[in-house]
Ligand binder design. Structure first.
Ligand code: C5P
Length: 220
């Protein structure tokens, strides 16, 4: 695309993976490194956008020229994303948001005892931030989701796009040695229009550029 096609646009990108606290020292988390989300933020800034990056538990340096908001849990991410989304032209949810969190936070460290061979932890569903964004969408706003799947990637992706109601859903295959923490990625960009664009394996910046090309076309 045009190298400066996002000038005057405010975009929000989420990245990383949420951590759902169990007690003061433990959490339930996932394997997201944040690399793909940071690439999306960096590429958008390079194309002229004003970028807010909502980063969950990443160990990456703040990209130059990007405003970074750090969060821990899914509920914190929801607060942070909602507070900036209304004024944004584009929201890209690249973060791995935990689908569930422990239903109670134990205020002091859970101890192991001789009596207990198992430790049940009840989980409750987290709000779906992406689906909520869609219900509050402002006129012309573009909303993009990501889906990491281990199998039947395209079928799950198409179903998820329809269920969440976003404009674009980027699906990629994950598993051993694939995607998490890796410098490269591959995927398919699914559009609500039914269009599907396959992005061959390449750098996460290349995938990010392809995603911004599709977003820019929707904004135009
Ligand atoms: O349903 P699933 O977690 O596979 O959906 C992935 C997409 O939905 C990602 O874009 C992710 O950021 C978003 N998501 C969300 N809130 C959740 C779960 C996922 O925004 N609670």
């Amino acid at each position: 695309g045009d190298p400066r096609d996002l000038v005057g646009r405010h975009v929000v990108v989420s990245a990383g993976g949420t951590r759902e606290p169990i007690d003061p020292v433990r959490f339930i988390g996932n394997r997201s490194s944040g690399l793909q989300g940071y690439a999306l933020a960096r590429v958008a800034a390079a194309r002229g956008a004003k970028v807010t990056l909502v980063a969950a538990n990443t160990a990456l340096p703040d990209p130059a020229g990007v405003s970074v908001v750090r969060v821990g849990s899914a509920l914190e991410m929801r607060e942070a994303v909602q507070s900036v989304a209304a004024a944004a032209d584009v929201v890209v949810m690249a973060a791995a948001v935990a689908d569930f969190r422990p239903s109670v936070f134990q205020g002091s460290k859970i101890k192991k005892t001789d009596k207990n061979e198992t430790l049940p932890i009840e989980l409750v569903k987290n709000p779906d931030i992406l689906a909520e964004l869609v219900t509050r969408r402002t006129p012309g706003q573009v909303i993009v989701g990501f889906a990491a799947e281990t199998d039947d990637v395209l079928d799950h992706g198409r179903a998820k796009l329809a269920r969440k109601g976003c404009d674009l859903l980027v699906v990629n295959q994950v598993g051993e040695n694939l995607t998490f923490g890796a410098p490269d990625n591959a995927g398919v960009i699914l559009a609500a229009t039914g269009a599907e664009r396959e992005i061959p394996r390449g750098s996460k910046d290349q995938l990010a550029s392809a995603v911004w090309d599709e977003i820019a076309a929707l904004l135009a």
